[in-house]
Design a protein around this ligand. Structure first.
Ligand code: NAG
Length: 207
């Protein structure tokens, strides 16, 4: 009874526009907490709809894969809601290389084909599975993970994240797509200089 009264008094005293949503304002300031909110009077139903995931991503690239994001700022309605989504297309032979989303756990739902996916825990234990259409797999926040096409046909998955801005770091790009010197990379990765130079060449790194 007491809690009911409390609830009632909270709902009666809260301003109605308190925080149902905060559709991100692309022209306003952003912070680690997200974007500033657009005025509620300028927000329409269409702001809560994102149609970009209906279109297959272009997999004509070295990883034969594409990620189409419905994150901030492309889908500003997720701002502040702790949630976002993306579409994953994997052509035959396609791979999303080892990567992490520092700010989000991920849940993946296979809608077409077969996908081999896995993550490595903080104890360095691999968790690997081959998923078929309809399967769901979860990747805990921050852990390195991967997805690989496991069939001879295109595979598609819809993924969702526990953040409007999950972030993305792909290990190979972290190592080889910038200007960290080959000598330093050799020291910190124990890889051969030849292998480092080869991957820098493929991924556009220098040094
Ligand atoms: C490497 O890149 C960074 C950032 O792009 C730049 O500030 C720095 O001067 C570069 N270093 C070398 C050695 O090119």
């Amino acid at each position: 009874m007491l809690s009911l009264l409390l609830l009632l008094s909270i709902s009666l005293t809260s301003p109605s526009s308190a925080a149902d949503f905060c559709v991100g304002d692309p022209t306003g300031p952003t912070s680690p907490a997200g974007s500033s909110c657009r005025k509620e009077s300028t927000v329409a139903s269409s702001d809560f709809v994102f149609s970009g995931l209906s279109v297959p991503g272009n997999t004509d690239n070295i990883i034969k894969a594409a990620v189409t994001p419905a994150f901030e700022p492309l889908f500003p309605a997720v701002n502040g809601l702790g949630i976002s989504a993306a579409r994953l297309d994997l052509a035959p032979g396609g791979v999303i290389p080892l990567h992490t989303h520092p700010a989000a756990s991920e849940i993946l739902f296979v809608t077409r084909g077969r996908i081999r996916a896995g993550f490595i825990s903080s104890a360095n234990t691999p968790y690997d599975a081959t998923l078929k259409k309809g399967d769901v797999m979860v990747f805990p926040q921050g852990l390195l993970h991967y997805q690989v096409n496991a069939g001879g046909v295109p595979a598609v998955a819809i993924v969702s994240f526990s953040s409007p801005s999950p972030g993305l770091q792909i290990t190979d790009f972290v190592l080889f797509a910038n200007n960290i010197s080959t000598a330093l990379l050799q020291k910190v990765s124990f890889l051969d200089a030849a292998q480092i130079k080869k991957l820098k060449g493929v991924l556009g790194g220098t040094g």
